[in-house]
Design a protein around this ligand. Structure first.
Ligand SMILES: *Cc1c(COP(=O)(O)O)cnc(C)c1O
Length: 352
């Protein structure tokens, strides 16, 4: 994979953005206008009082959930005025009208980016340009306003510089960055939101499944995460609310997550909120690495997925295929010992 350092971010004191440059999908905006985007040059920063700063975690390896850095970023949009100047300020609550569309129709989308502290003490975000690209596509699908992804990336870099002491000094942990876009229009009509707010939170997080222990998945064809023509391919909050109960059911059955199946042939689509890959000897006797395709809108186009595919294709050690593995194929491969049994085994249920 060709990692390049973006040299147009010359103000980066500590942050190096490593990313694969991609052909810009959006038309380049030639002029500065709040109708197109907010801009890093307009960024206002209100720094937290030394006395208000929260204590940093005592250990970076055993992080609690729900930790936030000292600052956040927010920027408001209005249909007629466009984007207001972006603001970085101490983490605070919002004052929103209870009629805001986000509360009623879930007009919301989000992203998840990670920044890591390297052994060289430099802080790097992992392919944030890809998150920007995905966020903008989702904004369009959600009828929320578009913006310049490079500008948001520069503002996020500025946030990390400000809160750089929140980036874990550990290779098991990272700084999670959560850009979010919500419809704030207080009219209850089911229509596009004439007002919106984009905000970014950051906070240190540990490794989800530390030590790469295998996880147990509940594969129940009675639940569907996404469907053709739906929005499973977009990171919208509305995709996740219906999955919470299934995740709880999975845990009640001693599983960590749901394995999402689709259609009567039980296509394997995703695991929890992760893309899935199967490595096996396929039915033609070939060493094969399979992941579901992005073509039907059932799969969230993960940046980890994209990176793994790119590396695997470059590697040329085995066949790399984008198609849906089915439960029947998994069962056959288990029976015929073509897949690692430690990775796919049946978990005893209370009824056994
Ligand atoms: C966020 C997410 C992923 C992973 O995306 P990355 O860009 O690799 O972090 C996969 N599946 C779902 C459903 C997701 O929400």
């Amino acid at each position: 994979m060709a990692f390049t350092t973006m040299n147009n971010f010359n103000y980066f004191a500590k942050i190096v953005v490593t990313s694969v440059r991609f052909a810009a999908t959006a038309t380049q905006q030639s002029s500065y206008s709040p109708l197109f985007s907010f801009y890093h040059k307009d960024l206002k920063i209100v720094q937290i009082d030394q006395s208000q700063m929260k204590p940093k975690p005592t250990s970076w390896d055993n992080l609690k959930f729900g930790l936030y850095s000292d600052h956040m970023m927010e920027v408001d949009w209005h249909m007629h005025n466009g984007w207001a100047p972006p603001l970085i300020s101490p983490l605070h609550n919002f004052n929103l009208h209870p009629g805001a569309k986000v509360f009623h129709y879930a007009i919301e989308l989000f992203e998840g980016i990670k920044a890591y502290r390297g052994v060289d003490n430099k802080i790097r975000m992992f392919r944030p340009d890809k998150n920007m690209e995905r966020m903008r596509k989702t904004a369009i699908r959600a009828s929320l306003p578009d913006f310049d992804g490079d500008e948001l990336m520069k503002i996020i870099s500025n946030m990390i510089i400000l809160d750089n002491e929140w980036v874990p000094y550990s290779n098991a942990s990272s700084l999670y960055i959560r850009p979010t876009l919500i419809g704030t229009d207080p009219t209850l009509g089911i229509d596009f939101s004439q007002q919106a707010k984009l905000f970014v939170l950051t906070g240190p997080v540990g490794n989800h499944y530390l030590g790469f222990r295998p996880i147990a998945l509940l594969a129940d064809p009675g639940f569907v995460r996404a469907f053709p023509g739906g929005v499973g391919g977009y990171k919208m909050g509305s995709n996740y609310a219906p999955t919470i109960m299934v995740g709880k059911l999975a845990k009640d059955m001693s599983c960590q997550q749901a394995l999402w199946l689709y259609d009567s042939d039980e296509k394997i689509t995703e695991a929890g909120t992760m893309n899935i890959f199967v490595y096996w000897i396929n039915e033609q006797g070939e060493e094969e690495f399979v992941t579901p395709p992005l073509t039907d809108g059932l799969i969230l186009p993960g940046i980890t997925r994209d990176s793994i595919l790119e590396i695997a294709n470059e590697w040329k050690k085995f066949k790399v295929t984008e198609r849906y593995p089915t439960m029947a194929e998994i069962k056959r491969s288990l029976k015929e010992k073509r897949v690692d049994r430690h990775l796919f085994r049946r978990v005893p249920t209370p009824n056994d």
